[in-house]
Design a protein around this ligand. Structure first.
Ligand code: C2E
Ligand code: MG
Ligand code: MG
Ligand code: MG
Length: 281
């Protein structure tokens, strides 16, 4: 490679890049079949009330085990699904799985107020049928609109202006909107006061800096204050240590998720934990 560095064309065809493109193509071709062949699975990670130490909800996180390639991370295949458009069907499937599963947990533990938190991609926000689709899933699964949170990244919310009325309409039905990975996208905070948002999820990259740098703690504290002023719920992502959980609580963060509490797992492995969920407050 170094020997050919003078020939710029070679740069374009570095083996790693060809491999990546080829793999992308393979994934794109296989993804739609995978959805119908049952190769996809939804895992659930508890969202925890930090003070009570009890689960209040569960985030649905999709997994794919490709027959030849083995496990493929959503970080890799969700962008592929976005590009091909399969994300629309895939996202709706995850939504319906999650709503049905959370409703099942609710029915098994009467009084428990567990909610479903589901990631929604930018492309899904462009769907003219988004509102109707979400309401239809709620009707089919029997989950209350107030027990559903849609997680949307801040760049998606800002980019998809056209989706704002749809999100606002869903909110009038009781569905809540969370800004996912807060702090990693746009630097403009103005949108927060204008957009239909209920929850801020502090990105894991900030949480991981909490106990290592004073600046890290200052940023997290500023986000929590901002969230409080705007009347939003704050959820911290990626809590891995008791020290992080304690610090977050001290700073006023009420909710979190992370390996400290539980990794994403198959629904069946969470049945016992979900039966300890707090009554919805
Ligand atoms: P996300 O929505 O920010 O989800 C949180 C990610 O952090 C998950 O990664 C989760 O497994 C991971 N995580 C949770 N706690 C910890 C922790 O304590 N330490 C560490 N190191 N990681 C933790 P995952 O499951 O690999 O998903 C990655 C991303 O893929 C998600 O980030 C989300 O953007 C996307 N994604 C996953 N499922 C879906 C889906 O159904 N639809 C869409 N549109 N995107 C999805
Ligand atoms: Mg998320
Ligand atoms: Mg997130
Ligand atoms: Mg994240």
């Amino acid at each position: 490679e170094a020997k050919r560095s003078g020939k710029h064309l070679w740069k374009l065809y570095e083996p790693s890049m060809v491999d990546r493109r080829a793999r992308d193509g393979v994934l794109a071709d296989a993804l739609e079949d995978a959805l119908h062949a049952g190769e996809l699975q939804v895992l659930y990670q508890p969202l925890v009330d930090l003070a009570a130490g009890r689960p209040v909800g569960a985030e649905a996180l999709v997994r794919w085990r490709h027959r030849q390639l083995g496990p493929v991370s959503p970080v890799e295949f969700i962008p592929v699904a976005e590009r091909t458009g399969v994300i629309t069907a895939l996202g709706l499937w995850v939504l319906e799985e999650a709503c049905r599963q959370v409703r099942a947990w609710q029915l098994r533990s009467p009084g428990s107020g567990i909610y479903a938190s589901v990631n929604i991609s930018p492309r899904q926000l462009q769907e003219p049928t988004l509102v109707a689709d979400v309401l239809a899933v709620l009707a089919r699964t029997g989950l209350a609109a107030t027990d559903l949170v849609l997680e949307i990244t801040e760049s998606a919310i800002v980019d998809e202006h056209a989706a704002v009325p749809a999100l606002a309409l869903l909110r009038t039905h009781g569905v809540r909107i969370a800004v996912d990975d807060f702090g990693t996208g746009y630097s403009s905070l103005q949108y927060l006061t204008r957009l239909p948002v209920d929850v801020l999820k502090i990105d894991r990259s900030f949480v991981s800096q909490l106990d290592s740098t004073p600046a890290g703690a200052a940023v997290v504290e500023a986000v929590i204050r901002l969230s409080q002023v705007l009347g939003l719920r704050t959820v911290a992502e990626g809590i891995e240590t008791p020290a992080q959980a304690a610090e977050l609580q001290l700073l006023g963060c009420t909710h979190g998720q992370g390996y400290l509490f539980a990794r994403p797992m198959p629904a069946g492995d969470l049945d016992a934990l979900m039966s300890t969920a707090a009554v919805r407050g």
